[in-house]
Structures are given as C-alpha cells and as structure tokens.
Design a protein around this ligand. Structure first.
Ligand code: ATP
Ligand code: MG
Length: 304
C-alpha cells in the first residue's frame, strides 16, 4: 500500500475504535456520550474536515477495486432518532463514490404488500449486489425499534397470535443476528451505525427547523410527539445493540451532537472496514494478457 494511504488510515483509525461495539453483552448505552468529540476541541474542526476529505478520497479509490473484483459487498445500516443527521452523514460520506457502485434505500412505514410478507422480505430484496456498497437509511432494525415502541404496528403485521409472546423482541433480534451471519458468509460486510443524539440536542435541532424558513420543510409535528417515547426507544436501541453486536457484525455508536465529528467517525469506520478486505484489482492472467496485446495490435492497425 502506498505510504500516503497508510498515513490516512493511521490518522483516522483512532476515531473508530472507541465507538465500535463487538461484545454486545457488555454494552451499556449510558457509557457513550453523544457530545464526545474524540478529544478534538471545536478549534480542531478544520483538521477534522481535512481528515474527512482524505478519508472520502480513499474510499472512492477503494470502491473502484470493490466493483472491479465483484466479490465482496458492503452494507451500511444507519439507525437514529430524528434529526440525528442520517441524511447529511450519508451524503458527506458517500460524496466521492461513483453512484453506479452505490445504492441507497430509505425505509419508511411498510406498504400493504410488504406487510403481507415476513418482515425481512423488503430488506432482503434491497441488499447490495456483489461489488457494491449498499446503504440502508433505517433498516430491519426498525422491526425491533419503532414496532416495539408502538405495539399497534405489530398488530398490522398479522402474525398468528400464539407466535406473539413475551419473547418476540428477543427472537426478532436473534433472527436479525442470524440474517447478518448469513450475509457475512455470503461475502457481505455489514456495518451498523447508531447515530447517538442527545435528547437536548434533538430539541435544539427541532427549534432550528422552526426558526429558519429554509429548514421549515424538515419539521414534522409527529417527530416532536415521538419525543414522549424517548426512553422507550433508548431501551429498545440498547437491547438491539446488546443482542446483535459481534466481531463480524459490529455496531458503531457514533456521537451525534456534533455533525462534523459524526461524519469523521463514520467515514473512518468505512475506511477501516474496506482496509480489512484488503482489496486489489483483479489479477490479469496470461491468457488475458495475450488478449490485451492482440487488442492493442488491432487498434494500432486501424486506419484513422
Ligand atoms: P427524515 O425525517 O430525515 O426525512 P426519516 O427516516 O425519519 O427521515 P420519515 O419519512 O420522516 O423518514 O419517517 C419514516 C417513518 O417510517 C419513521 O417514523 C419510521 O419510524 C417509520 N418506519 C420505518 N420502518 C418502519 C417499519 N418497519 N415499521 C413501521 N414504521 C417504520
Ligand atoms: Mg423523520
């Protein structure tokens, strides 16, 4: 690997480790501070910006190899409370990537057709193809988050009543962990990001949406009433992470009160995951080399 590439990895690597959760059983959400900036004061924002740019450039280069190899795929799952910055993080982190190698899906309330299937159906259908980076803006985790907090959503799924027991969330999370293990065995690397926003900062961002006319369109009264369920969501998130974080399926609990830092951690985590894949361009075998020589000759022999 080129020296400057190694340097980027060394510089941003330290912003990943503190937020990576691989041992679910030990996880406590309270141990993670949404306002954490990894020791960088706000005067270091320009440095963070510079590292972000370098990381994005690195990502773009590696993505070409991922695509050329056509073997691995990467699934980035984004989960968060409203106004945590999912959209803008996705936009920044993927800004240098060739759109052809990248697929973004936002999951909203399921349609009637989707409700008629098992709950993983719609997510499975949108997994990234080999060689691609897939992004889930909300994901199958909602099936144990919003559906857990709002029980009426579970009713709509029309599951036979005897299967709806006290263990249903534990079972769902087991199935999700199994689904992710299956994906890992197929060559899909799954990274899960929880953008960890504080209740206080969410309020400040909602107020900003009300105060600034160009942000009014983002405001939703439903989001404000959802704040009543904050504790329920936090418990559901904690349980989901505890039951599904593992070596091959890490969660990243990313501090989200400062957007500039959120982006840096996410890009650092993606860079780190791609580095582990140790990608390279496909080998050119002897037969292929000969074919390339013939093609060159044919082109050179053309008139004009
Ligand atoms: P933004 O608000 O930034 O546009 P968003 O992801 O919040 O992004 P919305 O259209 O506001 O998008 O909301 C989507 C809604 O769909 C959320 O309230 C979410 O809880 C809900 N939702 C997502 N997945 C499911 C699901 N599986 N079952 C029920 N509701 C879901
Ligand atoms: Mg929303």
């Amino acid at each position: 690997m080129k020296k400057e590439k190694k340097e980027i990895i060394n510089k941003i690597g330290r912003f990943v480790e503190p937020y990576r959760v691989v041992r679910g059983k030990k996880f406590r959400l309270g141990d993670f501070d949404p306002g954490d900036t990894g020791g960088l004061g706000s005067d270091r924002k320009p440095l963070a910006g510079e590292l972000l740019v370098q990381g994005v450039r690195w990502l773009a280069e590696e993505q070409v190899k991922l695509y050329a190899q056509d073997r691995h795929s990467l699934l980035l799952v984004f989960q968060a409370m409203d106004a945590a910055g999912k959209d803008s993080t996705i936009r920044h982190v993927m800004s240098g990537v060739n759109p052809q190698g990248c697929q973004v899906f936002s999951f909203k309330q399921p349609s009637m057709e989707e409700l008629d299937h098992d709950y993983l159906w719609r997510y499975h259908a949108r997994l990234p193809e080999r060689g691609r980076i897939g992004i889930f803006n909300r994901s199958y985790y909602e099936e144990a988050l919003v559906v857990r907090v709002h029980r009426e959503l579970l009713e709509r799924q029309r599951i036979p009543p005897d299967l709806v027991t006290r263990d249903i969330w534990k079972q769902r999370l087991e199935d999700i962990a199994g689904f992710e293990r299956y994906l890992a065995r197929q060559g899909t690397t799954v990274l899960k990001f929880f953008l960890n926003l504080s209740r206080k900062e969410q309020k400040a961002r909602f107020l900003e949406r009300l105060d600034r006319p160009e942000k009014n369109w983002k405001f939703s009264s439903a989001d404000v009433s959802e704040r009543k369920h904050w504790d329920g969501y936090m418990e559901a998130y904690e349980d989901a992470i505890r039951r599904t974080a593992g070596r091959d399926a890490p969660w990243y609990v990313v501090p989200a009160d400062n957007k500039w830092f959120t982006r840096l951690v996410v890009v650092a985590a993606v860079v780190d995951a791609l580095r582990r894949l140790d990608l390279s361009y496909p080998e050119v075998g002897e037969a292929r080399k000969k074919e390339l020589v013939r093609a060159r000759r044919a082109l050179m022999g053309e008139r004009g």
